[in-house]
Design a protein. Sequence first.
Length: 347
Amino acid sequence: MILAIRQRAAGGLDDSPSAFQSDFWGDFKSEFGWRALRFEVEDGASSFKLLVLVDDLPAGFSFAYVPGGPSVEIGEGERSAFLAELAEGLRPFLPKLCLFLRFDPPWTCPDGSRPEIGAPLRRAASDVQPPDTVILSLRQSEDEILSSMKSKWRYNVRQAEKKGVVVEEAGLESLGLFYALSKVTAARDRIALRSEEYYARLFSLAARRRAERGDAGPQVSLWIARHEGKVLAANVTLFRGEEAFYLYGASADEDRNLMPTYALQWAAMRAAKRRGCSSYDLYGIPPSEDPEHPMAGLYRFKTGFGGEIVHRAGSWDYPLSPLYSIYRKAEAARAWYFKDFRKRRRS
């Protein structure tokens, strides 16, 4: 396979099938220090678009990252060679002191297991996007979606409504409510908290794109669950084309018995279906149903809504420098502290 790679100008990825390979996502990440590079890749018979993000490291070094890509189907036995050739083809476009190129391909295996890419690529010390998730089909009727949930989840959805939990769709104007809950959630679950500006820019950029492109633009919405006027929980979703994603969630410590988080998910699923989305990605679960996992509760919550459990390849690195191994060791230590040690201390 011989790949021809051409760099494209901004706007060249508007028709990308993946939200995380789109111009919208590249522009959003560019507002937080990343440099977005856009390419068209041809293999003679077909072509695909590619978004590559470059981030700076100390001492003039950098690394490159392909979020949710490449968005092209490659046979299981050809994936390693394909990514290696793609990485070498991209090398001239990357900074000279770029340590590695990280891929996050959407590939799965027919048997539901996690795909292995293999040498010369190396499994990244830490995944950027969650490789394991639950995806619900919205091609079913609302009754069928409810029927596919576990019985307790259907009960909780109905109980929230019965107890008077009301869900409203909002936007940037209500971001302060979401961020206040996010602080509570981060402290309770010992997870990192992004800045309020991060979320504000996500909303404002999506609104600008939607104003420019109409329904073809991405839609970022804030969903707020209240009971008798009190804010109990909030979610952030992204709808783009046929894809819907549950990106972020936050909840109060009180009144959890009112099931506001179930009401939020159901409201977002129904809205995504009405707007023409064919799938709803709950976006991230632990790799298996392990009661000892620090995020075991998240696995139970998301899988209870039904849908298909999907295991993607995860993050794989193509080293571009001998110094890559040093960075990888440091990244592994940091990932262990933040994603394992801190969460296990909570329990």
